[in-house]
Design a protein around this ligand. Structure first.
Ligand SMILES: NC(=O)c1ccc[n+]([C@@H]2O[C@H](COP(=O)([O-])OP(=O)(O)OC[C@H]3O[C@@H](n4cnc5c(N)ncnc54)[C@H](OP(=O)(O)O)[C@@H]3O)[C@@H](O)[C@H]2O)c1
Length: 327
C-alpha cells in the first residue's frame, strides 16, 4: 500500500505491507488523514533512522477487517482514529505507556492502518470524511487546554496568539460556544479577517504592541502555543491572578521568565498536552451539539503529501491541511 514514510533519514512516498488485524485490533481503510505540526517535526527527531515509519496521527476511514475479540464494531463502520494512545480516563497527566500515534507506532498517512479497537470512535455524522480527518488531535488538544486546564467559563476573556494555527481554529469556536469573549492575534491580515469570520471578537497583529491594541482590556485566560515569540507578551496582557495554558512552542521552547513579575502577578501557569479518551468523547459531543465545522485550508492528495509538509513548515495555512487518500 502507498504511504508517506520516513526511512534512512528521508521523507518520501513509499510502499508498505498491508496490515492485518490481530486480537483486539481493526484494520481501517483510510479515506483521509489530517496533518499536524508534529508530523513535520518527526523526520528531524528520527534523524537518519533506517527503519521505515509511516507518519501521521489523524485519520478517518471505514473498518475493513476485525480481529478476534472485537465485538463492538462492524465491518463498514465509519470511524475516526484517536491518536492519544492508551490514555483513557481523564487525569492530571497521561499515564505510563501514553504515546501519540505516528511515532513510534505507524500512523495514518497510508491507505490502511491496523489499530487497537480501543483507539477508534464513531465519525461525527455532521462532518465529511475530509472534515473528520482533521479533528481528533487538534480539537482534543484545544478542548483539554481550554476547559480542563484553562477552566474557561462564560464571560471570561480568552486570548489566543497565532490565530492561523490548526488548534486555534477549534479554540475560537469552543470558546465562543461557551459564551467567552475571544481575542486572537495573527501576523497576517487575511488570517485575522478569517478569525473574525470564525467568531473571534477582536483580532490584533501579533507584531503590534498588544497593550496598546487592547487599550486597557486585560485577559482572564491565555492559550499559548507560539512559544518564545509571544510568551512574555502574553503574560503582560494577563489580568492579575489570570491563567495561562501552554500546549506548544512553535517558535522555540526556551524563554526567559521574570519570576518577581510572575509571583507578584499571582499568575497561574498550566501545561497541557493532547487529552484522554474521556475528553475526546466530550469534545466529539460538543462538535455534534454545536455543529462545529473544522476549518480546512487545503486538501492534497496523499501522493502530493510532501508539498503539504512544505506548506505547514512555512505556516501558510489558516486551519488544517488534509491528505485525501480515497475519493
Ligand atoms: N502538546 C500537544 O499535545 C500539542 C498538540 C497539537 C499541537 N501542539 C503544538 O502547538 C503548536 C500549534 O500547533 P498547530 O498544529 O495548531 O500549529 P500550526 O497549525 O502549525 O500553526 C502555528 C501558528 O503559529 C504562528 N506562528 C508561527 N511562527 C510564528 C512566529 N515566528 N511568530 C508568531 N507566530 C508564529 C502562526 O500563526 P499566524 O500565521 O496566524 O501568525 C501559525 O499559524 C505547535 O507548536 C504544535 O507542535 C502541541
Amino acid at each position: 500500500m502507498k504511504a508517506i514514510i520516513h526511512e534512512n533519514g528521508q521523507l518520501k512516498i513509499g510502499e508498505m505491507q498491508e496490515p492485518i488485524a490481530s486480537v483486539g485490533e481493526v484494520v481501517v481503510a483510510l479515506h483521509a488523514a489530517g496533518m499536524n505540526r508534529r508530523d513535520i517535526k518527526i523526520p528531524e527527531r528520527r534523524g537518519d533512522a533506517k527503519d521505515p515509519l509511516i507518519l501521521g496521527s489523524d485519520g478517518v476511514g471505514i473498518i475493513e477487517s476485525i480481529g478476534e475479540g472485537v465485538d463492538n464494531w462492524s465491518i463498514g463502520d465509519e470511524v475516526i482514529i484517536n491518536p492519544s494512545l492508551r490514555w483513557f480516563t481523564q487525569s492530571a497527566a497521561p499515564p505510563e505507556g501514553f504515546d501519540i500515534l505516528g511515532m513510534p507506532d505507524h500512523g495514518t498517512f497510508a491507505e490502511k492502518i491496523v489499530i487497537s479497537a480501543e483507539q477508534i470512535e464513531k465519525k461525527p455524522t455532521n462532518l465529511s470524511m475530509d472534515e473528520a480527518s482533521v479533528l481528533a488531535l487538534a480539537a482534543l488538544t484545544g478542548y483539554r487546554a481550554l476547559f480542563t486546564q484553562g477552566q474557561l467559563k462564560k464571560g471570561d476573556t480568552v486570548f489566543i496568539p497565532g490565530a492561523g494555527s490548526g488548534v486555534a481554529t477549534y479554540l475560537i469556536q469552543f470558546a465562543k460556544n461557551t459564551g467567552a469573549r475571544v481575542i486572537v492575534s495573527s501576523r497576517v491580515e487575511e488570517k485575522r479577517k478569517k478569525a473574525l469570520e470564525l467568531g473571534a471578537d477582536l483580532a490584533i497583529d501579533t507584531n503590534s504592541n498588544w497593550k496598546e491594541e487592547l487599550a486597557g482590556e486585560t485577559i482572564d485566560l491565555v492559550i499559548e502555543s507560539v512559544g518564545r515569540a509571544t510568551f512574555n507578551r502574553s503574560l503582560d496582557v494577563l489580568k492579575l491572578g489570570g491563567r495561562i495554558v501552554v500546549f506548544g512552542a512553535t517558535t522555540e521552547d526556551v524563554i526567559e521568565l521574570d519570576l518577581r513579575k510572575f509571583f507578584y502577578g499571582q499568575y497561574q501557569l498550566f501545561g497541557s498536552t493532547m487529552g484522554s479518551r474521556e475528553e475526546l468523547r466530550a469534545m466529539l459531543k460538543h462538535v455534534e451539539e454545536f455543529g462545529i465545522k473544522p476549518v480546512i485550508d487545503k486538501v492534497y492528495r496523499l501522493e502530493d503529501g510532501l508539498e503539504a509538509f512544505r506548506n505547514l513548515e512555512n505556516s501558510e495555512q489558516f486551519g488544517k491541511l488534509v491528505l485525501r487518500i480515497k475519493d
